[in-house]
Design a protein around this ligand. Sequence first.
Ligand code: DQA
Length: 145
Amino acid sequence: MKKILVIHGPNLDSLGKRETNIYGRVTLKQINQKLLSLAQKNKVSLKILQSNHEGEIVDAIGKAKGKFDCILINPAAYTHTSVAIRDAVSASGLPTIEVHLSNIYSREEFRHNSLIAPVASGQICGFGLNSYILGLEAAINLIKK
Ligand code: DQA
């Protein structure tokens, strides 16, 4: 069975309570439930991780090669700052899909730049929970090719 590593970056553990005007009321638990049920339907397995720590995310990506077929990641604030996560994605050689709940291009200017996007297979943003669903569908399509 193909395996996908799902990574949620910093502060996403507070979804549902955090800036609901931007991120809505959906919780991380609800997102994960949707992802797991879509994965089950498509007969792929998921490992889901949330971390507020850059190094922990770097470690998880570093260990993913050979164990996972694809990465689905919302790097959250690290999207805009983390050369370390970008380098880890690039070094892993794994197809990686970047997702964001909000449309980062319609927000503050510092969010317009993603350090991850140039080394990702693609990016989906602006659709709330659906960004994750579309991202997982893209990941499944990539690994089933
Ligand atoms: C986010 C967008 C980032 O700019 C922000 O720092 C987040 C969440 C999103 O999913 O919309 O924490 O990645």
